[in-house]
Design a protein around this ligand. Structure first.
Ligand code: CA
Length: 231
């Protein structure tokens, strides 16, 4: 599989450096120098990952992220000069997959990009001959196409929402703690408020798949412990 990445970055020297390092790893990269162009290209182009700077002229990274997430499931790696900006995004449950703070080493960036691409390919199941589908009552999850339907109506999921739902649905009747879920889905060791991210994502998933979020039919809350997918 050949990969193409979109770099949304207004500082030309950083954008070029990122592009050069990615291309050294045989990953093609395009650059968009402002948020509006970045959003348009992200939606129109066939990219497998987006590297998104948060501080952009015109439309900022927050809005770009939000708009992309409404339409696409691809991994998004945030670049920020301030950790607080990233915390704000996570608090909002906006659905970034990872972040890196400036200044960063280009090889670290490339390592992250490669890990996400490999993970994405694994989840998409590029080698599978037919789409792999999980069906539980009215819920249908196409693992290959990363699409979800509830009673025949398709719902849009962010990358992490999808990963989390799929993980739970493929491990039914087992209780997972928020820490376990965070570490499984975010591929990072949970620290401090990270488990709040899980809560936010569960809430979003329920809003999409549950008939009544206060009486969930699929993802149960096990008070004081975590969550369980009921089958
Ligand atoms: Ca910037």
């Amino acid at each position: 599989m050949s990969y193409k990445v979109l770099i949304v970055e207004d500082e030309p020297s950083i954008a070029e450096l990122e592009k050069d390092y990615l291309e050294l790893s045989q990953i093609d990269a395009d650059i968009a120098a402002d948020g509006t162009t970045g959003l348009a290209n992200a939606l129109a182009g066939d990219y497998q990952l987006i590297i998104l700077d948060l501080m952009l002229p015109g439309m900022d990274g927050f809005d770009v992220l939000k708009e992309i997430r409404e339409k696409k499931n691809i991994p998004i790696l945030l670049v920020s000069a301030k950790k607080e900006e990233v915390d704000k995004i996570q608090g909002l449950g906006l659905g970034a997959d990872d972040y890196i703070t400036k200044p960063f080493s280009p090889s670290e960036l490339v390592a992250r990009v490669k890990a996400h691409l490999a993970r994405y390919e694994r989840l998409v199941g590029a080698a599978a001959p037919a789409n792999e589908v999980v069906e539980i009552r009215g819920l249908k999850i196409d693992k290959t196409a990363r699409r979800v339907w509830i009673n025949g109506v398709e719902k849009t999921f962010t990358t992490k929402e999808f990963d989390l739902l799929l993980f739970l649905a493929t491990h039914p009747n087992r209780v997972f703690t928020k820490t376990e879920l965070f570490e499984e889905i975010w591929d990072m060791q949970a620290i401090g408020g990270d488990t709040a991210t899980v809560t936010v994502h569960i809430k979003k998933i329920r809003e999409k798949i549950e008939y009544d979020s206060s009486k969930p039919q699929y993802i149960e809350t096990i008070w004081g412990v975590g969550y369980r997918f009921k089958v």
